[in-house]
Design a protein around this ligand. Structure first.
Ligand code: HQG
Length: 174
């Protein structure tokens, strides 16, 4: 494997280790010890520094001393990554696959295995998110109405909008 491919593989595996690993005892704010990743998961400090600095979606962050690392969003494990509650723009987008639409129009957008439903600021980003699951489809979300109904939104430090659930009544035809 080339060095570059190995780093991509390690960056992807880090998403699992920081968002979904039920074997590890995370602290309440979702931090994992850098030492654990070096000792037990084959990372070097230089690789972790490289991944955090250059990750395409800026998914990860260090604490100030670089002794701990966490994912900024996307967790299935139950941690509080101190998300910033933020007033959303009037419309956000959710990228999904066409085969999920009947169920989404029936039950709304569920967070499924993750802690939150993920919403994108642009149709372009939402299309990319949806295409991970099949033929992409972009739903518009009436965030203005959700916010005025008292529903909370959070903005992760890498620009992903999060909310707990989107009721079908807030889905827009775009
Ligand atoms: C769908 C990536 C049927 C939902 C992305 C989605 C994102 C339903 C799938 C982040 C449903 C869950 C999250 C319902 C929701 N019936 N299907 N009622 N409600 N769904 O991967 O939003 O690269 O957990 O539409 O860029 O695709 O990993 O969520 O298709 O930001 O950093 O259930 O993951 O970021 O899939 O992606 P996911 P997502 P990273």
């Amino acid at each position: 494997m080339t060095e570059e491919k190995d780093l991509i593989r390690k960056s992807k595996h880090l998403a699992f280790l920081l968002r979904h690993d039920t074997e590890y005892q995370f602290d309440e704010h979702g931090w994992r010890d850098v030492k654990d990743l070096i000792k037990n998961h084959g990372y070097t400090m230089a690789e972790l520094e490289d991944i955090v600095a250059n990750n395409d979606k800026q998914r990860y962050e260090f604490n100030t001393q670089h002794t701990k690392i966490r994912a900024r969003q996307g967790h299935s494990i139950n941690v509080d990554v101190e998300l910033q509650e933020t007033v959303p723009p009037d419309i956000l987008y959710h990228g999904t696959a066409t085969r999920f639409l009947p169920s989404i129009y029936d039950k709304g957008i569920l967070s499924e295995t993750r802690q939150y439903v993920h919403l994108s600021p642009t149709k372009e980003i939402a299309t990319k998110v949806g295409s991970r699951h099949g033929k992409p489809y972009v739903l518009g979300i009436d965030c203005k109405r959700m916010a005025s109904d008292g529903i909370k939104f959070y903005l992760s430090r890498n620009g992903v909008w999060l909310t707990k659930y989107v009721d079908p009544k807030y889905l827009l035809t775009i």
